[in-house]
Design a protein around this ligand. Structure first.
Ligand SMILES: [Zn+2]
Length: 234
């Protein structure tokens, strides 16, 4: 899933855990991607491209067993939750961060080609619904819809909606081989792919954090924190 939509997950978490600052939520939902960027720069993980890049189907996340395996994501989420909730005594922060880390895995599995392994060292099976490979424009529709739903549940303002929509539209040529775009320059330049993702991560996290700052909703929504809206603590 693209950066702006991972960032949108932080809105859901903020809605569910309103007392938690949004900054750690934004970092949590992109923790796997940040690890992927660093490990690609270090040469530990590897990205390749087809000779001609017309869509995301021509970009191959060839080797990313540490940043994007089921086991590393779930263990990282579990460790973060335990360390923050039981180590620091911050229950809501721990749960929100743990969910944020795990959310990245779930969303990537929905859209990615078959490139997510179960754990480092295991080559197959490779998981992923395969939208990026077989139906990239369907992935565009799914991602845009997901981002808008997150915005709606958060009850964000127009600026935040514009960020979600424009952030998705910025990738539309990458998600349709029929729409030409700057992705042609990515052919044979995998580190440029990594840099592009890194820039998108930073820009979308910063803008989401800025635009999400607003007075808390006056009426609790369906995802509001139970500790606040239900005194019984159910
Ligand atoms: Zn990812």
């Amino acid at each position: 899933m693209f950066a702006v939509d991972h960032a949108a997950t932080a809105l859901l978490l903020k809605r569910r855990y309103p007392s938690v600052p949004i900054a750690p939520l934004l970092l949590a939902v992109q923790a796997m991607e940040i690890a992927w960027v660093v490990l690609n720069y270090l040469g530990v993980e590897r990205t390749t491209t087809a000779p001609v890049v017309r869509s995301v189907a021509d970009i191959h996340l060839a080797w990313m067993p540490y940043s994007h395996s089921v086991a590393t994501a779930l263990v990282a989420a579990l460790l973060a939750w335990v360390a923050i909730e039981f180590g620091l005594g911050r229950r809501e922060l721990g749960r929100a961060v743990g969910l944020g880390i795990a959310s990245h895995l779930v969303l990537d599995l929905l859209t990615h080609a078959h490139d997510v392994v179960l754990w480092p060292g295991r080559i197959s099976p490779r998981l992923g619904l395969g939208l990026y490979d077989t139906a990239p424009f369907a992935a565009f529709v799914v991602e845009l819809a997901y981002g808008v739903v997150c915005w709606r549940l958060y009850r964000g303002g127009r600026g935040l909606l514009a960020l979600v929509v424009l952030g998705n539209l910025a990738n539309v040529s990458l998600l349709s081989a029929a729409i030409p775009g700057p992705e042609v320059f990515l052919a044979g330049r995998p580190l440029m792919v990594v840099s592009l993702v890194a820039v998108q991560i930073v820009v979308t996290l910063v803008l989401t954090g800025m635009l999400a700052r607003r007075p808390a909703p006056t009426t609790p929504g369906p995802l509001a924190c139970p500790e606040i809206v239900q005194p019984t603590g159910l």
